[in-house]
Design a protein around this ligand. Structure first.
Ligand code: PLP
Length: 347
């Protein structure tokens, strides 16, 4: 097996660059739980400003951002409307239900993007028999929707219906900066209708850890209580927050490269016999594709690729795969991956 793995399984595969590591090593630190870590405070101010919110809170993971935001807007037994493809519904251990006793109404959008009408249909009536609908969660970009970007019109449609029914809104912006770079829409515009929103630092931005949740001062004060409750409060966290500060300064614009590499990858894969993929559907850094169901399964192909030093995940169905471009993937890596995929598929 080749000594370097071309890891297209996820943009979480990024390792901190030497410059990012230097920023981390040199970070000013203090006790984060006392609000005395200057680097954490700086990162929080940067994200609050970026998202046009009053305040922000540094958290150990994106999962905790979604979990805490869900609790901030609800009481036990309340219901959240989200898409059935969403990360929160599928990949967070059922935490909103498991930790805070929240109920979920999963709607079926188009590539994870749902409409105001679907929200209206999902809202429970006033009967005391039903859970109380309180919150709508949008994911942008939509991971399992193939990195799809919500347009401002699509967001506004949902916001209007939610507001008309007195619901709160939260955006899972794990890859919001990918949406920003792909669309040219400012982050604060994307989240203008939201009560809370967050960005992940450990995906395409290339940090080892962390997410930052933003919202009103009151909501973030409450979020801080839940951060402590969940054991998410840290001490000299400036060491890791410095990676976030560095990433926001140096790793946002370059996401365009990942998007261009993803399109290049999609075009290359689409040309291979047995691969079913429309390259025109690729909007950001995520490339889902299907294999001809009469041929090898996704797991078989994934294993064969690994033997040649390329990792592409088998995700979902028997013949469905996902490749994600990121900071540690060059154009040459993409070309090599396509070449290997062709060898595997035609052999
Ligand atoms: C990765 C991801 C999360 C969870 O973030 P972690 O930092 O891995 O906990 C939530 N939502 C989406 C859309 C994600 O891609």
């Amino acid at each position: 097996m080749p000594d370097r793995l071309i890891d297209l399984s996820s943009d979480t595969a990024t390792k901190p660059t030497p410059e990012m590591r230097r920023a981390m090593a040199e970070a000013e630190v203090g006790d984060e739980q006392k609000g005395e870590d200057p680097t954490v405070n700086l990162l929080q101010e940067m994200v609050a400003d970026l998202l046009g919110m009053e305040a922000a809170l540094y958290l150990p993971s994106g999962t905790m951002c979604n979990l805490i935001a869900s609790r901030v807007h609800t009481r036990t037994g309340d219901e959240i409307i989200l898409d059935r493809l969403s990360n929160q519904y599928n990949y967070e251990g059922g935490s909103a239900a498991g930790v805070f006793g929240l109920s979920i109404m999963a709607v079926a959008g188009e590539r994870g993007i749902f409409t105001g009408a679907q929200v209206a249909d999902g809202i429970r009536g006033p009967s005391p028999h039903a859970p109380r609908t309180r919150l709508v969660v949008l994911e942008n970009t939509m991971n399992a929707g193939g990195g799809a970007v919500w347009s401002l019109d699509q967001i506004n449609d949902v916001v209007q219906v939610a507001r008309a029914h007195g619901l709160k809104l939260h955006m899972d912006g794990a890859r919001l900066m990918n949406a920003v770079v792909a669309s040219g829409v400012a982050a604060r515009e994307f989240v203008a209708g939201m009560d809370t929103a967050w960005i992940d630092l450990s995906k395409g931005l290339g940090c080892p850890v962390g997410g930052v949740l933003a919202g009103s001062r009151d909501d973030m004060a409450l979020a801080l209580r839940y951060k402590h409750l969940l054991g998410g409060a840290m001490r000299q966290a400036g060491i890791i927050a410095a990676a976030g500060v560095y990433a926001l300064q140096h790793h946002v614009e370059r996401l365009a490269e990942d998007h261009s590499n993803a399109r290049h990858l999609a075009r290359g894969l689409a040309d291979i016999p047995g691969v079913l993929l429309d390259p025109a559907t690729i909007e950001t850094n995520i490339v889902f594709f299907d294999l001809d169901p009469t041929g090898p399964t996704a797991v078989e192909v994934s294993n064969a690729l690994i033997a040649h030093g390329v990792r592409i995940g088998a995700t979902g169905g028997r013949h469905r795969m996902r490749a994600v471009t990121h900071l540690d993937i060059s154009r040459a890596d993409v070309e090599r991956a396509v070449e290997v995929m062709r060898t595997v598929m035609v052999s």
